[in-house]
Every structure is written in C-alpha cells, then in structure tokens.
Design a protein around this ligand. Sequence first.
Ligand SMILES: [Zn+2]
Ligand SMILES: [Zn+2]
Length: 82
Amino acid sequence: MLDLRPNCECCNKDLPPDSTDAKICSFECTFCNDCATDILKGRCANCGGELVARPRRSMEKLANNPAMTERVFKQNGCKPPA
Ligand SMILES: [Zn+2]
Ligand SMILES: [Zn+2]
C-alpha cells in the first residue's frame, strides 16, 4: 500500500490524504508542489527519481487504510539531487 505521508519533507507543510498539492517519487518520498517544482525541479531530493502527483485516497478507504502519521522532515531543508 502506498504510504500517504502527512507532510512535505522539505518545508514540513501539511499534506493531507486528499491534498492535490502532494508529489511523490517511486520510494514515496513526499514533497509539496512548491518544493517539488521550485527547489527540486521535479526530482526527488533523496533518490533523484521523478516526482509525480500523489493519487488521493477517498475517505471511505481511509477508514480501513489510514494515512501514515509519522512525519519525515529534513531539519536543514533540502537541495536538488546532484
Ligand atoms: Zn514543501
Ligand atoms: Zn525519492
């Protein structure tokens, strides 16, 4: 199952499961649209993979398949991949 992480790894912005502002890589590293576009230029800060729009999970599915609550956040901000 896809991890639905609760926040952007770069700026700690909240990204709820129904957000249209979330981008993920194939490893489910999660960023907001602003960081993904302006800072990372569409590439994951961790693995260099492409960032795509995260699909949303409907509320009825969330009841049995809840989003993750553990926040992943880089204290020092993030940089585009080398
Ligand atoms: Zn962000
Ligand atoms: Zn990644």
